[in-house]
Design a protein around this ligand. Structure first.
Ligand SMILES: NC(=O)c1ccc[n+]([C@@H]2O[C@H](COP(=O)([O-])OP(=O)(O)OC[C@H]3O[C@@H](n4cnc5c(N)ncnc54)[C@H](OP(=O)(O)O)[C@@H]3O)[C@@H](O)[C@H]2O)c1
Length: 248
């Protein structure tokens, strides 16, 4: 399918995991993809190389998307190179888990800035371009934890619940200008983020998943590509849960 032919997409945290799969998927459907990364330069370059090897168009751009002073030059560069932006996927994220009694205020601030502030900053910069064009799609990667909560993840859950509220507010604010804003809420997906978890925690998670397995990054990317595509033209302000039935 090449329904995203000619579209320009920016994926934050596109170097690894779910973000990397989203980059590959959007490129396979015809979009030119800007692969944002923070530290994993080699991995970002590999993502770009894989897209190019399949005949697609991509480039890597480094920026800490939680910092306003780095988001502004990132979007300036996107505008300089491509002249526009059609799809923004706010995927960059991190965890810094602990029970609240052990969690430091700095762990709260870092996770909120990385996961939520970044969404707000990049959405604002993207909206400036998309509102002018009267078209565009913003997709924010939240988590089922933002819906159901999770002990030991008060900072992460707060950031992900915040993303859902942010998405709905921007969906209402930008709809009249033709810009759609949706969220995708993955359940338990096998990436570097979950690789460090103990086997018994993974086994217990699988027991709680009706489809009986962890999700793949590609399965999250499929949902993102759908929401970015013309097939989702009448969908805005929604949170699409992709979790094998874990949270209903
Ligand atoms: N894995 C899961 O089970 C799961 C479940 C629900 C939701 N999610 C969400 O899905 C998204 C991707 O998760 P993942 O599992 O793929 O994580 P991951 O493998 O740990 O990858 C995280 C990505 O975010 C980037 N990143 C982190 N901080 C950044 C910053 N300040 N600026 C720019 N990029 C930054 C990293 O870039 P560098 O490597 O270049 O530093 C990396 O590409 C996150 O928002 C996560 O919360 C994941």
């Amino acid at each position: 399918m090449s329904d995203l032919e000619g579209k320009i997409a920016l994926v934050t945290g596109g170097s690894r995991g779910i973000g990397r799969s989203i980059c590959l998927k959007l490129a396979a459907r015809g979009a030119s993809v800007i692969v944002n990364y923070l530290r994993s330069e080699e991995a970002a370059k590999e993502t770009v190389a894989e897209i190019k090897a399949s005949g697609g168009d991509a480039r890597a751009l480094q920026a800490d998307v939680s910092a306003a002073e780095q988001v502004t030059p990132l979007f300036k560069e996107v505008s300089k190179v491509y002249g526009t932006l059609d799809i923004l996927v706010n995927n960059a994220g991190m965890t810094r888990d602990n029970v609240i009694m052990m969690m430091k205020p700095a762990d709260f601030d870092l996770v909120l800035a990385t996961n939520l502030r970044s969404c707000w900053l990049c959405s604002k910069a993207a909206a400036r371009i998309m509102m002018r064009k009267r078209t565009g799609s913003i997709i924010n990667i939240t988590s089922v934890v933002g819906i159901a909560g999770n002990g030991g993840q008060s900072n992460y859950a707060a950031s992900k619940a915040g993303i859902i509220g942010l998405s709905k507010s921007l969906a209402k604010e930008l709809a009249a200008r033709g810009v759609r804003v949706n969220a995708v809420a993955p359940g338990f997906v096998e990436t570097d983020m979950t690789a460090g978890l103990a086997e018994d925690i993974k086994e217990r998670a699988i027991e709680a998943i009706p489809l009986g397995r962890l999700g793949t990054a590609q399965e999250i990317a499929n949902a993102v590509a759908f929401l970015a595509s013309p097939e989702a033209a009448y969908i805005t302000g929604q949170t699409l849960v992709v979790d094998g039935g874990m949270v209903m």
